[in-house]
Design a protein around this ligand. Structure first.
Ligand code: SAM
Length: 243
């Protein structure tokens, strides 16, 4: 299978284009030669065949071939709002959530969060997670790259949410939770999941006031980086399992 790359540019069949530096570096590392096939996608839907025309010292020129209007997106548009787990666990979580089809990720700092970042350090982390998301989409065949929103506190995020939503809102909870919504009936879902230390009572109550219904993933306490992935896997299986 030809290597796949996300190219955030306008793509047209028959056009010659210089790959952006970061993509060109990947192509150089793979030591592709003129004539080598590639697959490109730009996040606007579908993907293009392409062929390497020239390998420069740094630049790589390609010719764009035909467009295939393929979609490998999850049927439910899931936004994961989650208390960011510390260390490299968030990298793994972003990678796996993108593979499983998440639409957007909202990283949050909660009362009991270990990770606390602001300003430039927070921005750099988000850029890093966005790059992880791009790689995951290149690898998994997705044609749209989930947006990683700026890091913010749970309180600020909840306050800015509209009181009403067209989609469902669920809170992954170990306290008095109800059943998961039926995937086939869902178009949009925002799921809130806590950090390592869980959400406080006050945070769960604030989420409930914004319409988040508590749901359970079973009687076991899952780690902060496992729970959102279990939900996504469930939704993928229930909405696409027989495809
Ligand atoms: N001791 C913490 C508590 O009681 O909340 C455990 C937090 S758990 C490591 C991190 C988050 O994962 C929780 O806040 C919750 O959102 C989610 N979670 C873990 N296991 C879950 C389950 N079985 N059902 C629903 N959500 C779960």
């Amino acid at each position: 299978m030809p290597p796949r790359f996300h190219v955030p540019l306008s793509l047209h069949a028959g056009a010659d284009l210089d790959l952006p530096d970061a993509v060109a570096r990947h192509v150089q590392v793979l030591r592709l030669q003129p004539g080598a096939p590639l697959t490109l996608f730009n996040g606007e839907g579908g993907e293009w065949s392409a062929q390497v025309l020239q390998m420069g010292r740094r630049e790589v020129k390609v010719r764009v071939g035909t467009h295939t209007p393929v979609s490998r997106e999850l049927g439910v548009a899931v936004t994961l709002a989650l208390g960011v787990p510390a260390n490299e666990r968030m990298d793994t979580l972003v990678e796996k959530a993108c593979e499983l089809g998440v639409e957007a990720i909202q990283p949050l700092m909660c009362e009991r969060s270990v990770l606390r970042l602001a300003g430039e350090r927070a921005d750099k982390k988000v850029q890093h997670w966005q790059a992880v998301a791009v790689s995951a989409c290149e690898q998994s065949g997705r044609t749209r790259v989930p947006r990683i929103a700026p890091l913010r506190t749970l309180a600020d995020w909840l306050a800015a949410l509209p009181a009403r939503s067209d989609g469902a809102r669920v809170l992954l909870s170990l306290r008095e939770p109800g059943p998961l919504p039926v995937a086939a009936a869902l178009r949009e879902l925002t799921a809130l999941s806590g950090p390592e230390g869980g959400l406080s009572d006050a945070e769960e109550s604030a989420a409930a006031l914004r319409g988040f219904a508590p749901v359970s993933l079973g009687p076991r306490t899952l780690r902060a980086d496992t729970a959102p992935l279990a939900l996504l896997a469930h939704l993928a299986l229930m909405s696409e399992g027989s495809a």
